[in-house]
Design a binder for this molecule. Structure first.
Ligand SMILES: *Cc1c(COP(=O)(O)O)cnc(C)c1O
Length: 440
Protein backbone atom coordinates (compact mmCIF):
# COMPACT_ATOMS: atom_id res chain seq x y z
CA UNK A 1 0.00 0.00 0.00
CA UNK A 2 1.08 3.57 -0.64
CA UNK A 3 2.34 5.38 2.42
CA UNK A 4 -0.66 7.67 2.73
CA UNK A 5 -0.49 10.89 4.70
CA UNK A 6 -3.46 12.68 6.26
CA UNK A 7 -2.64 16.10 4.87
CA UNK A 8 -4.08 18.41 2.24
CA UNK A 9 -0.64 18.74 0.64
CA UNK A 10 -0.36 15.01 0.24
CA UNK A 11 -3.86 14.77 -1.29
CA UNK A 12 -3.01 17.54 -3.74
CA UNK A 13 0.20 15.79 -4.64
CA UNK A 14 -1.75 12.64 -5.53
CA UNK A 15 -4.11 14.74 -7.64
CA UNK A 16 -1.19 16.34 -9.43
CA UNK A 17 0.19 12.88 -10.26
CA UNK A 18 -3.20 11.48 -11.30
CA UNK A 19 -3.18 10.62 -15.02
CA UNK A 20 -6.99 10.82 -15.04
CA UNK A 21 -7.28 14.23 -13.38
CA UNK A 22 -8.55 15.99 -16.52
CA UNK A 23 -11.62 13.73 -16.78
CA UNK A 24 -13.41 15.55 -13.98
CA UNK A 25 -13.87 18.44 -16.44
CA UNK A 26 -15.94 16.19 -18.64
CA UNK A 27 -18.72 15.99 -16.03
CA UNK A 28 -21.26 18.38 -14.56
CA UNK A 29 -20.51 18.56 -10.84
CA UNK A 30 -23.71 19.62 -9.07
CA UNK A 31 -23.77 22.41 -6.48
CA UNK A 32 -23.73 21.42 -2.83
CA UNK A 33 -26.81 21.49 -0.56
CA UNK A 34 -24.93 24.01 1.61
CA UNK A 35 -24.59 26.49 -1.26
CA UNK A 36 -21.00 25.64 -2.26
CA UNK A 37 -20.46 25.81 -6.02
CA UNK A 38 -19.62 22.11 -6.17
CA UNK A 39 -20.62 19.27 -3.90
CA UNK A 40 -18.34 16.37 -3.06
CA UNK A 41 -20.22 13.70 -4.92
CA UNK A 42 -19.63 10.23 -3.48
CA UNK A 43 -22.85 8.77 -4.82
CA UNK A 44 -21.78 7.45 -8.22
CA UNK A 45 -22.75 4.00 -6.96
CA UNK A 46 -26.35 5.15 -7.07
CA UNK A 47 -26.49 7.63 -9.95
CA UNK A 48 -23.37 8.62 -11.85
CA UNK A 49 -22.85 12.26 -12.82
CA UNK A 50 -23.81 13.67 -16.19
CA UNK A 51 -21.07 13.69 -18.83
CA UNK A 52 -20.94 17.05 -20.58
CA UNK A 53 -21.36 15.27 -23.92
CA UNK A 54 -24.61 13.56 -22.91
CA UNK A 55 -27.02 16.34 -23.81
CA UNK A 56 -25.65 16.88 -27.31
CA UNK A 57 -25.83 13.14 -27.98
CA UNK A 58 -29.53 13.10 -27.05
CA UNK A 59 -30.16 16.31 -28.98
CA UNK A 60 -28.65 14.81 -32.10
CA UNK A 61 -31.37 12.17 -31.99
CA UNK A 62 -34.08 14.72 -31.26
CA UNK A 63 -32.88 16.48 -34.40
CA UNK A 64 -32.94 13.30 -36.45
CA UNK A 65 -36.45 12.59 -35.25
CA UNK A 66 -37.50 16.17 -36.04
CA UNK A 67 -35.99 16.16 -39.52
CA UNK A 68 -36.24 12.56 -40.64
CA UNK A 69 -39.17 11.14 -38.66
CA UNK A 70 -39.75 7.52 -39.69
CA UNK A 71 -36.90 7.71 -42.19
CA UNK A 72 -34.56 8.03 -39.18
CA UNK A 73 -34.71 4.26 -38.87
CA UNK A 74 -32.78 3.93 -42.12
CA UNK A 75 -31.23 7.32 -42.88
CA UNK A 76 -29.09 10.00 -41.31
CA UNK A 77 -25.76 9.71 -39.55
CA UNK A 78 -26.94 7.04 -37.10
CA UNK A 79 -29.80 4.90 -38.48
CA UNK A 80 -31.93 3.69 -35.57
CA UNK A 81 -32.42 0.25 -37.04
CA UNK A 82 -28.88 -0.65 -36.00
CA UNK A 83 -28.39 1.89 -33.25
CA UNK A 84 -28.06 -0.58 -30.36
CA UNK A 85 -25.02 -2.11 -32.07
CA UNK A 86 -23.10 1.13 -31.68
CA UNK A 87 -22.50 0.36 -27.99
CA UNK A 88 -22.01 -3.37 -28.36
CA UNK A 89 -18.21 -3.48 -28.60
CA UNK A 90 -17.67 -1.06 -25.73
CA UNK A 91 -20.15 -2.97 -23.58
CA UNK A 92 -18.34 -6.21 -24.39
CA UNK A 93 -14.97 -4.75 -23.38
CA UNK A 94 -16.49 -3.43 -20.18
CA UNK A 95 -17.59 -6.85 -18.93
CA UNK A 96 -14.87 -8.95 -20.55
CA UNK A 97 -17.08 -10.51 -23.18
CA UNK A 98 -17.12 -11.17 -26.90
CA UNK A 99 -19.44 -8.84 -28.80
CA UNK A 100 -21.84 -11.68 -29.65
CA UNK A 101 -22.29 -12.27 -25.92
CA UNK A 102 -23.72 -8.84 -25.08
CA UNK A 103 -26.72 -6.75 -25.92
CA UNK A 104 -27.75 -3.38 -24.54
CA UNK A 105 -31.50 -3.13 -23.99
CA UNK A 106 -34.32 -2.51 -21.50
CA UNK A 107 -33.64 -1.96 -17.80
CA UNK A 108 -31.76 -4.16 -15.41
CA UNK A 109 -34.66 -5.89 -13.68
CA UNK A 110 -36.33 -6.57 -17.03
CA UNK A 111 -33.15 -8.20 -18.31
CA UNK A 112 -32.84 -10.23 -15.14
CA UNK A 113 -36.31 -11.65 -15.70
CA UNK A 114 -35.62 -12.40 -19.36
CA UNK A 115 -32.43 -14.27 -18.46
CA UNK A 116 -34.00 -16.18 -15.58
CA UNK A 117 -36.65 -17.52 -17.96
CA UNK A 118 -33.80 -19.14 -19.88
CA UNK A 119 -31.39 -19.98 -17.09
CA UNK A 120 -33.72 -21.00 -14.31
CA UNK A 121 -35.44 -24.04 -15.69
CA UNK A 122 -36.25 -26.15 -12.65
CA UNK A 123 -37.04 -29.86 -12.71
CA UNK A 124 -38.77 -31.80 -9.89
CA UNK A 125 -35.38 -32.62 -8.36
CA UNK A 126 -33.19 -29.72 -9.47
CA UNK A 127 -35.05 -26.56 -8.57
CA UNK A 128 -33.13 -24.63 -5.90
CA UNK A 129 -31.80 -21.11 -6.47
CA UNK A 130 -28.93 -19.79 -4.41
CA UNK A 131 -28.55 -16.07 -3.77
CA UNK A 132 -26.93 -13.79 -1.24
CA UNK A 133 -29.12 -12.89 1.74
CA UNK A 134 -29.95 -9.18 1.74
CA UNK A 135 -29.62 -8.91 -2.03
CA UNK A 136 -30.98 -5.75 -3.65
CA UNK A 137 -34.79 -5.93 -3.25
CA UNK A 138 -35.49 -5.97 -6.98
CA UNK A 139 -33.41 -9.14 -7.34
CA UNK A 140 -35.24 -10.75 -4.44
CA UNK A 141 -38.64 -9.91 -5.93
CA UNK A 142 -37.57 -11.03 -9.38
CA UNK A 143 -36.45 -14.43 -8.10
CA UNK A 144 -39.45 -14.83 -5.86
CA UNK A 145 -41.82 -14.25 -8.75
CA UNK A 146 -39.81 -16.45 -11.12
CA UNK A 147 -40.06 -19.28 -8.60
CA UNK A 148 -43.83 -18.80 -8.27
CA UNK A 149 -44.17 -18.63 -12.03
CA UNK A 150 -42.88 -22.23 -12.12
CA UNK A 151 -45.45 -23.26 -9.51
CA UNK A 152 -42.84 -23.54 -6.74
CA UNK A 153 -42.67 -22.01 -3.30
CA UNK A 154 -40.01 -19.35 -2.66
CA UNK A 155 -39.53 -20.64 0.91
CA UNK A 156 -38.57 -24.03 -0.43
CA UNK A 157 -36.75 -23.07 -3.63
CA UNK A 158 -34.72 -20.00 -2.65
CA UNK A 159 -31.66 -20.55 -0.49
CA UNK A 160 -29.97 -17.47 0.95
CA UNK A 161 -26.36 -17.17 2.00
CA UNK A 162 -25.74 -15.23 5.19
CA UNK A 163 -22.48 -14.16 6.82
CA UNK A 164 -21.20 -16.06 9.85
CA UNK A 165 -22.38 -14.69 13.20
CA UNK A 166 -20.53 -11.49 14.01
CA UNK A 167 -19.39 -11.02 10.40
CA UNK A 168 -20.78 -8.66 7.78
CA UNK A 169 -19.65 -10.23 4.54
CA UNK A 170 -19.65 -13.70 3.02
CA UNK A 171 -16.59 -15.92 2.95
CA UNK A 172 -15.91 -17.43 -0.45
CA UNK A 173 -15.27 -20.82 1.14
CA UNK A 174 -18.76 -20.75 2.70
CA UNK A 175 -20.35 -19.91 -0.65
CA UNK A 176 -18.53 -22.78 -2.34
CA UNK A 177 -19.41 -25.25 0.43
CA UNK A 178 -23.08 -24.30 0.15
CA UNK A 179 -23.03 -24.84 -3.62
CA UNK A 180 -21.51 -28.26 -3.16
CA UNK A 181 -23.96 -29.09 -0.40
CA UNK A 182 -26.95 -28.23 -2.60
CA UNK A 183 -25.36 -30.33 -5.35
CA UNK A 184 -27.84 -31.91 -7.72
CA UNK A 185 -30.75 -29.94 -6.21
CA UNK A 186 -29.16 -26.66 -7.29
CA UNK A 187 -30.62 -25.29 -10.51
CA UNK A 188 -29.28 -21.72 -10.62
CA UNK A 189 -26.98 -19.44 -8.68
CA UNK A 190 -27.76 -15.74 -8.87
CA UNK A 191 -25.55 -13.30 -7.01
CA UNK A 192 -24.49 -9.71 -7.24
CA UNK A 193 -21.03 -9.13 -8.66
CA UNK A 194 -20.72 -6.62 -5.83
CA UNK A 195 -23.20 -6.54 -2.99
CA UNK A 196 -24.92 -3.15 -3.04
CA UNK A 197 -25.05 -2.83 0.75
CA UNK A 198 -21.63 -3.99 1.92
CA UNK A 199 -19.65 -3.27 -1.25
CA UNK A 200 -18.18 -6.78 -1.17
CA UNK A 201 -16.95 -8.18 -4.50
CA UNK A 202 -17.76 -11.86 -4.86
CA UNK A 203 -15.30 -14.28 -6.40
CA UNK A 204 -17.22 -14.75 -9.62
CA UNK A 205 -14.70 -17.12 -11.18
CA UNK A 206 -14.72 -19.49 -8.19
CA UNK A 207 -18.51 -19.34 -7.80
CA UNK A 208 -18.97 -20.11 -11.48
CA UNK A 209 -16.60 -23.03 -11.39
CA UNK A 210 -18.25 -24.51 -8.29
CA UNK A 211 -21.74 -24.05 -9.75
CA UNK A 212 -20.82 -25.74 -13.00
CA UNK A 213 -19.20 -28.59 -11.07
CA UNK A 214 -22.61 -29.50 -9.63
CA UNK A 215 -24.40 -28.92 -12.93
CA UNK A 216 -26.00 -25.59 -12.04
CA UNK A 217 -26.30 -22.43 -14.11
CA UNK A 218 -24.81 -19.24 -12.75
CA UNK A 219 -25.48 -15.57 -13.33
CA UNK A 220 -24.52 -12.24 -11.81
CA UNK A 221 -26.28 -8.96 -11.33
CA UNK A 222 -23.50 -6.50 -12.11
CA UNK A 223 -25.35 -3.29 -11.19
CA UNK A 224 -22.54 -2.27 -8.84
CA UNK A 225 -19.74 -3.99 -10.72
CA UNK A 226 -20.07 -2.71 -14.30
CA UNK A 227 -17.79 0.28 -14.72
CA UNK A 228 -16.45 -0.21 -11.19
CA UNK A 229 -14.19 -3.28 -11.30
CA UNK A 230 -12.56 -5.30 -14.09
CA UNK A 231 -14.77 -8.16 -15.26
CA UNK A 232 -13.95 -11.24 -17.35
CA UNK A 233 -17.31 -12.87 -17.88
CA UNK A 234 -16.28 -14.89 -20.90
CA UNK A 235 -13.11 -16.31 -19.37
CA UNK A 236 -14.82 -16.94 -16.05
CA UNK A 237 -17.36 -18.98 -18.04
CA UNK A 238 -20.35 -17.21 -16.48
CA UNK A 239 -23.65 -18.28 -18.06
CA UNK A 240 -25.55 -15.00 -17.89
CA UNK A 241 -25.35 -11.52 -16.41
CA UNK A 242 -27.08 -8.16 -16.45
CA UNK A 243 -26.19 -4.64 -15.40
CA UNK A 244 -27.53 -1.11 -15.40
CA UNK A 245 -25.81 1.92 -16.90
CA UNK A 246 -26.81 4.76 -14.59
CA UNK A 247 -24.50 3.94 -11.66
CA UNK A 248 -20.79 3.74 -12.50
CA UNK A 249 -21.54 4.10 -16.21
CA UNK A 250 -22.99 7.61 -15.93
CA UNK A 251 -25.71 7.07 -18.52
CA UNK A 252 -28.58 8.85 -16.81
CA UNK A 253 -31.56 7.95 -14.62
CA UNK A 254 -33.37 4.87 -15.88
CA UNK A 255 -30.70 4.52 -18.59
CA UNK A 256 -30.57 1.51 -20.84
CA UNK A 257 -29.15 -1.74 -19.37
CA UNK A 258 -26.93 -4.59 -20.50
CA UNK A 259 -27.24 -8.36 -20.78
CA UNK A 260 -24.65 -11.08 -21.24
CA UNK A 261 -25.23 -14.63 -22.46
CA UNK A 262 -22.16 -16.82 -22.82
CA UNK A 263 -21.14 -17.77 -26.33
CA UNK A 264 -21.88 -21.42 -25.50
CA UNK A 265 -25.55 -20.54 -25.88
CA UNK A 266 -25.14 -18.35 -28.96
CA UNK A 267 -26.38 -21.01 -31.36
CA UNK A 268 -29.14 -22.57 -29.31
CA UNK A 269 -32.31 -21.13 -30.84
CA UNK A 270 -34.30 -23.75 -28.96
CA UNK A 271 -33.20 -22.37 -25.58
CA UNK A 272 -36.43 -21.23 -23.91
CA UNK A 273 -36.90 -17.47 -23.85
CA UNK A 274 -39.51 -14.76 -24.09
CA UNK A 275 -39.48 -13.55 -27.66
CA UNK A 276 -40.17 -10.35 -29.53
CA UNK A 277 -39.56 -9.06 -33.03
CA UNK A 278 -36.26 -7.30 -32.22
CA UNK A 279 -34.70 -10.62 -31.23
CA UNK A 280 -35.73 -12.16 -34.55
CA UNK A 281 -33.05 -12.94 -37.12
CA UNK A 282 -32.55 -9.47 -38.55
CA UNK A 283 -32.03 -10.64 -42.13
CA UNK A 284 -35.63 -11.77 -42.19
CA UNK A 285 -37.20 -9.61 -39.49
CA UNK A 286 -39.23 -7.51 -41.87
CA UNK A 287 -40.67 -10.45 -43.72
CA UNK A 288 -42.91 -10.64 -40.64
CA UNK A 289 -43.22 -14.42 -40.80
CA UNK A 290 -44.75 -16.77 -38.27
CA UNK A 291 -42.44 -18.79 -36.00
CA UNK A 292 -39.68 -17.16 -33.94
CA UNK A 293 -36.09 -17.47 -35.22
CA UNK A 294 -33.70 -15.73 -32.83
CA UNK A 295 -30.57 -13.80 -33.70
CA UNK A 296 -27.30 -15.47 -32.72
CA UNK A 297 -26.08 -14.69 -29.23
CA UNK A 298 -27.38 -12.22 -26.69
CA UNK A 299 -29.13 -10.21 -29.44
CA UNK A 300 -31.64 -13.06 -29.62
CA UNK A 301 -33.02 -11.99 -26.23
CA UNK A 302 -34.18 -8.59 -27.48
CA UNK A 303 -37.88 -7.98 -27.37
CA UNK A 304 -38.56 -4.54 -28.69
CA UNK A 305 -37.03 -1.82 -30.83
CA UNK A 306 -34.31 0.09 -29.03
CA UNK A 307 -34.68 3.18 -26.81
CA UNK A 308 -32.68 5.55 -29.01
CA UNK A 309 -32.55 8.56 -26.68
CA UNK A 310 -31.14 6.69 -23.71
CA UNK A 311 -28.86 4.64 -25.96
CA UNK A 312 -27.41 7.85 -27.37
CA UNK A 313 -26.59 9.07 -23.86
CA UNK A 314 -25.10 5.68 -22.99
CA UNK A 315 -22.90 5.79 -26.08
CA UNK A 316 -21.58 9.22 -25.06
CA UNK A 317 -20.94 8.07 -21.48
CA UNK A 318 -19.15 4.90 -22.58
CA UNK A 319 -16.92 7.01 -24.83
CA UNK A 320 -15.71 8.96 -21.77
CA UNK A 321 -15.05 5.70 -19.94
CA UNK A 322 -13.04 4.38 -22.84
CA UNK A 323 -11.13 7.61 -23.38
CA UNK A 324 -9.96 7.32 -19.78
CA UNK A 325 -8.38 3.99 -20.70
CA UNK A 326 -11.21 1.69 -19.67
CA UNK A 327 -11.43 -0.41 -16.54
CA UNK A 328 -7.71 -1.10 -16.13
CA UNK A 329 -6.80 2.59 -15.85
CA UNK A 330 -9.83 3.46 -13.74
CA UNK A 331 -9.19 0.59 -11.39
CA UNK A 332 -5.64 1.75 -10.65
CA UNK A 333 -6.87 5.11 -9.47
CA UNK A 334 -9.93 3.64 -7.78
CA UNK A 335 -7.85 1.43 -5.48
CA UNK A 336 -5.73 4.41 -4.47
CA UNK A 337 -8.70 6.70 -3.99
CA UNK A 338 -10.84 4.33 -1.93
CA UNK A 339 -7.73 3.20 -0.06
CA UNK A 340 -7.12 6.81 0.91
CA UNK A 341 -10.66 7.22 2.24
CA UNK A 342 -10.24 4.02 4.23
CA UNK A 343 -6.89 5.22 5.61
CA UNK A 344 -8.43 8.50 6.77
CA UNK A 345 -11.43 6.79 8.40
CA UNK A 346 -9.25 4.26 10.20
CA UNK A 347 -7.05 7.12 11.30
CA UNK A 348 -9.96 8.49 13.31
CA UNK A 349 -9.43 5.59 15.70
CA UNK A 350 -13.13 5.21 16.39
CA UNK A 351 -14.24 2.20 18.41
CA UNK A 352 -16.05 -0.52 16.47
CA UNK A 353 -19.02 0.05 18.74
CA UNK A 354 -19.40 3.44 17.12
CA UNK A 355 -18.37 3.06 13.50
CA UNK A 356 -17.20 0.10 11.43
CA UNK A 357 -16.23 -0.18 7.79
CA UNK A 358 -18.11 -3.31 6.75
CA UNK A 359 -16.67 -3.37 3.22
CA UNK A 360 -13.76 -5.82 2.99
CA UNK A 361 -10.32 -4.40 3.69
CA UNK A 362 -8.76 -6.43 0.86
CA UNK A 363 -8.82 -4.20 -2.27
CA UNK A 364 -9.47 -7.27 -4.42
CA UNK A 365 -12.76 -7.75 -2.58
CA UNK A 366 -14.16 -4.28 -3.06
CA UNK A 367 -14.69 -1.57 -5.66
CA UNK A 368 -15.08 2.18 -5.17
CA UNK A 369 -17.55 2.02 -2.32
CA UNK A 370 -16.99 1.89 1.41
CA UNK A 371 -19.99 1.10 3.60
CA UNK A 372 -19.85 2.59 7.06
CA UNK A 373 -21.93 0.89 9.70
CA UNK A 374 -22.64 3.64 12.21
CA UNK A 375 -23.88 2.14 15.46
CA UNK A 376 -24.71 5.42 17.10
CA UNK A 377 -25.87 8.63 15.52
CA UNK A 378 -25.69 7.37 11.95
CA UNK A 379 -28.43 9.62 10.68
CA UNK A 380 -26.72 12.50 12.46
CA UNK A 381 -23.43 11.75 10.70
CA UNK A 382 -25.22 11.54 7.36
CA UNK A 383 -26.76 14.95 7.92
CA UNK A 384 -23.42 16.30 9.08
CA UNK A 385 -21.91 15.15 5.78
CA UNK A 386 -24.74 16.66 3.74
CA UNK A 387 -24.39 19.97 5.58
CA UNK A 388 -20.72 19.97 4.63
CA UNK A 389 -21.62 19.42 0.97
CA UNK A 390 -20.77 15.70 0.86
CA UNK A 391 -23.28 13.55 -0.97
CA UNK A 392 -23.24 9.91 0.05
CA UNK A 393 -26.27 7.80 0.68
CA UNK A 394 -28.10 6.42 3.61
CA UNK A 395 -29.29 2.84 3.75
CA UNK A 396 -31.59 1.75 6.54
CA UNK A 397 -31.08 0.87 9.28
CA UNK A 398 -27.64 2.41 9.83
CA UNK A 399 -25.30 2.31 6.85
CA UNK A 400 -23.72 5.23 4.99
CA UNK A 401 -22.27 4.39 1.60
CA UNK A 402 -19.50 6.57 0.23
CA UNK A 403 -18.14 5.88 -3.24
CA UNK A 404 -15.29 8.00 -4.56
CA UNK A 405 -15.30 7.48 -8.32
CA UNK A 406 -12.03 7.61 -10.28
CA UNK A 407 -13.52 9.39 -13.31
CA UNK A 408 -14.54 12.53 -11.46
CA UNK A 409 -13.52 12.48 -7.81
CA UNK A 410 -10.24 13.80 -6.47
CA UNK A 411 -7.92 12.94 -3.61
CA UNK A 412 -8.51 16.40 -2.24
CA UNK A 413 -12.24 15.67 -2.01
CA UNK A 414 -11.47 12.47 -0.13
CA UNK A 415 -9.21 14.41 2.21
CA UNK A 416 -11.93 17.01 2.82
CA UNK A 417 -14.46 14.28 3.56
CA UNK A 418 -11.97 12.83 6.04
CA UNK A 419 -11.77 16.20 7.78
CA UNK A 420 -15.56 16.42 8.02
CA UNK A 421 -15.65 12.93 9.52
CA UNK A 422 -12.94 13.91 11.99
CA UNK A 423 -14.91 16.96 12.94
CA UNK A 424 -17.99 14.80 13.60
CA UNK A 425 -16.00 12.20 15.52
CA UNK A 426 -14.49 14.74 17.87
CA UNK A 427 -17.59 16.86 18.27
CA UNK A 428 -19.34 14.11 20.16
CA UNK A 429 -17.06 12.41 22.65
CA UNK A 430 -17.23 8.63 22.96
CA UNK A 431 -19.32 7.30 25.81
CA UNK A 432 -17.72 5.25 28.61
CA UNK A 433 -19.19 2.11 27.07
CA UNK A 434 -17.63 2.88 23.69
CA UNK A 435 -14.22 3.60 25.22
CA UNK A 436 -14.05 0.09 26.68
CA UNK A 437 -14.31 -1.55 23.29
CA UNK A 438 -11.13 -2.22 21.34
CA UNK A 439 -10.37 -0.02 18.39
CA UNK A 440 -10.74 -1.13 14.77
C1 LIG B 1 -29.41 -0.58 -8.74
C2 LIG B 1 -29.77 -2.01 -8.71
C3 LIG B 1 -30.94 -2.48 -9.32
C4 LIG B 1 -31.93 -1.52 -9.97
O1 LIG B 1 -32.73 -2.15 -10.89
P1 LIG B 1 -33.40 -1.35 -12.10
O2 LIG B 1 -34.06 -2.38 -12.87
O3 LIG B 1 -32.30 -0.65 -12.83
O4 LIG B 1 -34.35 -0.36 -11.51
C5 LIG B 1 -31.19 -3.84 -9.31
N1 LIG B 1 -30.34 -4.70 -8.71
C6 LIG B 1 -29.21 -4.27 -8.09
C7 LIG B 1 -28.29 -5.25 -7.46
C8 LIG B 1 -28.92 -2.92 -8.06
O5 LIG B 1 -27.82 -2.50 -7.43
Amino acid sequence: MTAYQPTLDFARQLDAQDPLRSFRQQFHIPPAPNGDAECIYFCGNSLGLQPRTARAAAEQQFRNWQELAVEGHFRGDTPWLHFHKRVQDAAARLVGARPVEVVVMNNLTTNLHLLLISFYQPTPTRYKVLMEGGAFPSDQYALESQVRLRGLSPDDAIVELTPRPGEHTLRTEDILVKIEELGSSLCTVLMGGINYYTGQVYDMAAITQASHAVGARVGFDLAHAAGNIPLHLHDWDVDFACWCSYKYLNSGPGGVAGAFVHERFADQPELLRLAGWWGYDEEQRFQMKKGFRPMRGAAGWQLANAAILTLAVHEAALAVHEAAGGMAALRRKSELLTGYLEFLIRGLGLPASRLEIITPQDPAQRGCQLSLLVHQGGRNLFEHLMAAGIIGDWREPNVIRLAPVPLYNTFEEVFRAGEVLRNWATSRPATEKEKKVTHV
